[in-house]
Design a binder for this molecule. Structure first.
Ligand code: SF4
Ligand code: SF4
Length: 165
């Protein structure tokens, strides 16, 4: 994550985040660091720091937050939520931030590739004769590709990134 530049701060950003379901408690964070201390991803990747991400949101650094690749490395283990003494649901906050990042066109190229797979195949991988032959050997019925459900859900999603996530 880049250095903090408060000249580009957007004071409304934290309110925008806190209005979204799951992120309402973000303003209660008093930066105790308990979430960061227990985060297993932070242990492996010191750049990933839940407390720092919350501070960046509170400071209004919209672009730094939404374009950060670090939004996408959380393992969704919920340890931070269970640890927070203020009831900040940080895992949910991250879902909110990821949704906002996608709305802003900032997400990893792999996410776009996964969406294309869902649109084309209804799964995260293509079902070929190979898979169905293996299933037949095990006495299992063949799998159909059913992209229609995902097409309805993802019809407005355009997998072109604008940020560096
Ligand atoms: S849910 Fe994500 S941010 Fe929270 S402790 Fe687990 S890996 Fe860390
Ligand atoms: S544990 Fe809760 S209060 Fe402490 S830094 Fe994390 S989110 Fe903020």
């Amino acid at each position: 994550m880049s250095d903090i530049d408060l000249d580009r701060a957007d004071p409304g950003f934290k309110h925008e985040v806190a209005r979204r379901r799951g992120a309402e408690g973000i303003k209660r964070c008093y930066a105790c660091g308990a979430c960061s201390a227990r985060c297993p991803v932070g242990e492996l990747n010191p750049d990933f720091d839940p407390r720092r991400l919350i501070r960046l949101v509170v400071l209004g650094l919209r672009d730094e937050v939404l374009s950060s690749p670090l939004l996408w490395v959380c393992s969704t283990c919920y340890t931070c939520q269970e640890t927070c003494p203020e009831g900040v649901d940080f895992t949910e906050v991250l879902f909110v931030l990821k949704n906002m990042a996608v709305e802003a066109g900032c997400f990893p190229p792999t996410l776009g590739a996964q969406v294309e797979l869902l649109k084309n195949h209804g799964r995260l991988y293509e079902i070929t004769d190979f898979e169905n032959e293996k299933r037949a050997e095990l006495g299992l019925p063949p799998l159909d590709e059913r992209p229609d459900d995902f097409l309805a859900l993802l019809k407005d999603f355009q997998p072109e990134t604008k940020g560096d996530a």
